[in-house]
Design a protein around this ligand. Structure first.
Ligand code: ADP
Length: 535
């Protein structure tokens, strides 16, 4: 592993931090208290900069601005076509500034630069264009009611949306929340994760440059129990959308209920099963399971490869030069809510699978995410880092077999060895809890009914993967698995139009696709008597 070089000689990101204050009513302002907090480079643990720290009073200011922009306009009253044009223009601006945004994303979150630049920024732009396209296609119905009445429905924006997002995909989470809310004509107060405040502020600046009126999008950097809780419990916020841990999801749902009963959508944790049947191509299954666990979003090259059935065994050296190196099938370090974190393998291919999975993990390169040929960067912060190490310890203590990894790397920054456990049992903590790190757990199964029961015996239901050549097995599993997504012979295939969300304690509601619009619309029934019922 090449982390020593990171600590001694980290690559200097090609970007300055331009925006670090709160964005309220179209202006960058200090927090009311004047307080700031440090934001860090996970490669080294060094401070990048200090950002304004918002708390309840700043949330109040932001909600007041959003309320005014909603009640007095122009945003909800603007023509849908105008709103759409601003969102399209913003997408163009992001493309223009994509290198800076990607560098800032990597610097602040530790995710691979290639991934940010080549996958996530293009996905961000694609999603904004998708929502820009929806803005002028939202309309109600005429309803054939019994009796002499003309009945129609109006699909109206809800009002001020409060949105709380996590650190694992700062920009992607921004668009999943902000895109549909704006397309539907709402105004927003966004609370970013305390670990990763920087790229949202930059994107907020570009949205205003594209013509977004002041007060429509307000961004408050700050901590959960202060700024986040103030937003969730605010009496003048009409809707809450949250992505994060299941535990915090429960807290914000309670705060919303206890204040003004604002509707809440939640995208929470997962412990997704990845099921490999005996008829699978084992080499391919090993590679897929590796991606499903260790990566948080497979590069588009890889998604395509998985779908068409070709898996590159080695990094696919770039045909087009990229800022710091070649394009590789790389990604970050298991920090994904839909990670395939319970790998169930049929007993007849289990030994071969385990051996190859461990060999693949041992080949995984860990180091500076700005560098070429690196597949895994650091974890986000000391808390996550320590938590993952505790889970690894718990796996060892509960007698799962440690096939490789099992420790941190180096003494600075938050790097962890790609770790594989075999002989994992369903009741072990590593098979039950969301670890959110590079720790693969492999479990053995015998038959179809058994694996369905075991895959479903979790409090989560976010995603799942099925790997088989048998169409009947695939169809049965697709219906039997209680999860918001079933990926068959692929994993982590994301697209603007594909809905995403959880069953059970993985969440409430869906994001992306047409379903996400429902989160930000009210339906109003309008009934008028007909003068001449015969017509
Ligand atoms: P993680 O463990 O992944 O950091 P969290 O659920 O704690 O997940 O954080 C996700 C988001 O929720 C962050 O923006 C965080 O600041 C926010 N948050 C944390 N605690 C609270 C809380 N009590 N009320 C509102 N938001 C919170």
């Amino acid at each position: 592993y090449s982390t020593a070089a990171v600590v001694e000689n980290p690559i200097i990101p090609p970007v300055d931090v331009k925006y670090s204050k709160l964005l309220i009513d179209g202006q960058f302002v200090d927090s009311a208290s004047g307080k700031t907090f440090a934001t860090y480079d996970p490669r080294t643990g060094d401070v990048i900069t200090h950002v304004a720290e918002g708390d309840a009073e700043d949330i109040n200011r932001a909600v007041t601005a959003a309320r005014k922009a909603f009640d007095e306009g122009p945003w909800p009253k603007m023509s849908a076509y105008e709103r759409s044009r601003i969102l399209f223009k913003f997408a163009d601006l992001v493309e223009k500034h994509s290198e800076e945004l990607a560098a800032l994303e990597t610097w602040n979150s530790g995710k691979l630069f290639r991934q940010a630049a080549k996958d996530e920024i293009p996905m961000f732009v694609r999603l904004f264009r998708y929502y820009a396209g929806w803005a002028d296609k939202i309309h109600g119905l005429t309803v054939p009611a019994d009796g002499p009445h003309h009945v129609q429905t109006l699909h109206e924006p809800i009002g001020v949306a409060g949105q709380i997002i996590p650190w694992n995909f700062p920009l992607i989470m921004f668009v999943w929340k902000v895109g549909p809310a704006l397309a539907c004509g709402n105004t927003i107060v966004l609370k970013t994760a305390e670990q990763t405040p920087l790229t949202a502020l930059y994107a907020g600046k570009l949205l205003h440059e594209a013509g977004l009126p002041p007060g429509v999008l307000n961004i408050v950097s700050g901590f959960g129990p202060t700024a986040g809780a103030a937003l969730a419990s605010h009496m003048d916020v009409d809707k809450l959308a949250f992505t994060g841990s299941t535990e915090t999801g429960k807290t914000v749902l309670e705060l919303a209920a206890k204040s003004n009963l604002k509707p809440v959508t939640l995208e929470l944790g997962g412990k997704s099963p990845f099921i490999v049947f005996a008829d699978a191509d084992i080499d391919r299954a090993v590679e897929l399971a590796h991606f499903a666990l260790f990566f948080n979003q497979v590069s588009s090259v890889i998604i395509l490869s998985l779908v068409i059935g070709f898996i590159p065994q080695k990094p696919d050296v770039a045909k087009e030069p990229l800022f710091y190196g070649s394009r590789t099938p790389s990604n970050e370090e298991g920090q994904c809510c839909c990670a395939g974190s319970r790998t169930y393998v049929h007993e007849s291919v289990y030994d071969e699978f385990v051996e190859k999975a461990a060999a693949r993990a041992r080949r995984r390169t860990v180091g500076d995410p700005f560098k070429e040929d690196i597949e895994q960067g650091p974890q986000i912060d000391p808390e996550q880092f320590e938590k993952i190490l505790r889970y690894i310890k718990s796996g060892i203590e509960s007698n799962a077999k440690l096939e490789c990894g099992g420790d941190k790397i180096g003494s600075k920054g938050y790097f962890i060895q790609p770790t594989v456990f075999s002989d994992v049992k369903d009741d072990m903590l590593i098979a039950q809890d969301e670890i959110f790190g590079p720790v693969q757990s492999i479990l053995k199964f015998r038959d179809l009914d058994e694996v369905i029961r075991r895959a479903n015996s979790t409090r989560y239901g976010l995603a799942s993967g099925v790997f088989t050549k048998n169409i009947d097995t695939a169809n049965t599993l697709s219906r039997a698995l209680r999860a918001g997504t079933v990926w068959v012979n692929c994993f982590d295939v994301f697209d603007a139009a594909i809905p995403f969300g959880g069953y059970k304690m993985s969440g409430i509601g869906r994001e992306k696709g047409v379903y996400s619009l429902d989160n930000y619309l009210q339906v109003k029934a309008v009934v008028t008597p007909l003068k001449d019922p015969a017509w």
